[in-house]
Design a protein around this ligand. Structure first.
Ligand code: DGY
Length: 323
């Protein structure tokens, strides 16, 4: 049987590319330069691709999807987020979309907790001080942060990542509060406190960790109004999608001291960064590292290939369909 043709829009981990090469006629992107929509559609057309292994940030909008050849049956995205894909346009063309749930929850929660620790204990400022050669030695009042033990962590979006974070934070003695589309009995059995409204939730917590999807429904969710509902001195971290934060409002709250510190792993319009962030000292910035562990990236790639195999090799349904 002829192997199906698979377009890879980025360079993926070696083990993932090796398995793809074994089972598919692959069209790789060894330079790893992000492809624009026209380049994806042209490459898919030229190769007669049946599957596309794509990644977060690939512009799979309505125009790109309209330009894909009829041969394309599955878009397997190497991400749990699907805000870069116009799901309705894919559905209208009969193209299935699959994602990579579960396998990146712990890695992403670790990055959320890294940001919480770094923001609370002023990790970014401290590193910059040392590297600038400006450390004059230990001092009783230097770079004092806040202790996390006993503080209230508010998890916005209690999905798999939020639940993994709750488990880690409990180990640090934090009290867990959450806001979610629905109440989760299992989370509550583990001691998490559910809030039915934003004001009650934001007013109760010391640290806010954001885990909501991107897209129009959540655009600028953390705006000046919601920031004002947080306690003075609260900490905010975001490992979900950058579009959920009003950048100017966050910068202003950090500059004025309403927020003590923040940590961001995701940005609207990546890889561009809101200029105000670069000069805000009490803000820790990471380049979208949530799922970036060797184990997790392999698992994400294998999950994509499992979906591609199910559809393109076995002729069945995707294992993790979206939309
Ligand atoms: C995701 O999976 O959506 C991440 O943001 C990319 O690792």
């Amino acid at each position: 049987m002829t192997k199906p043709v698979l377009l890879l829009t980025r360079r993926f981990p070696d083990a993932v590319e090796a398995r793809a090469q074994r089972d598919y006629i692959t069209v790789p992107n060894p330079s790893d330069t992000p492809m624009d929509g026209a380049a994806i559609a042209t490459a898919a057309k030229n190769a007669g691709a049946q599957g596309i292994l794509c990644a977060a940030g690939d512009p799979l909008n309505a125009a790109t999807i309209a330009a894909l050849p009829d041969s394309v049956k599955l878009l397997a995205t190497f991400s749990v987020g699907t805000d870069h894909i116009d799901l309705a346009a894919a559905r209208a063309r009969g193209i299935t979309v699959s994602n990579t749930p579960d396998v990146l929850s712990v890695a992403t929660a670790e990055i959320a907790f890294l940001l919480i620790l770094a923001a609370a204990r002023r990790g970014g400022e401290s590193e910059r001080l040392l590297r600038a050669g400006e450390w004059t030695g230990w001092a009783p009042t230097q770079l004092m942060g806040v202790t996390l033990e006993g503080k209230k962590l508010g998890i916005l979006g209690m999905g798999r990542i939020g639940q993994a974070l709750a488990k880690m934070a409990r180990g640090f003695g934090m009290e867990i509060h959450y806001r979610n589309r629905k109440q989760l009995p299992a989370a509550e059995e583990a001691g998490a406190i559910y809030h039915a409204d934003d004001a009650g939730f934001l007013g109760a917590i010391d640290v806010l960790s954001m885990h909501i999807p991107g897209g129009e429904a959540t655009r600028n969710w953390l705006d000046a109004r919601h920031i004002a509902l947080l306690k003075r001195g609260a900490i905010v971290v975001n490992t979900g999608r950058g579009t959920t934060v009003d950048d100017a409002a966050l910068c202003e709250a950090l500059a004025k001291g309403h927020l003590r510190a923040a940590g961001l792993d995701v940005f609207a319009g990546e890889p561009k960064i809101f200029p105000g962030y670069l000069t805000t000292p009490n803000l820790v910035l990471l380049p979208h590292l949530g799922s970036a562990t060797i184990e997790t990236r392999d698992a994400m790639g294998f999950r994509c290939l499992d979906n591609l195999d199910a559809v393109l090799i076995r002729g069945g349904a995707a294992l993790h369909p979206v939309g």
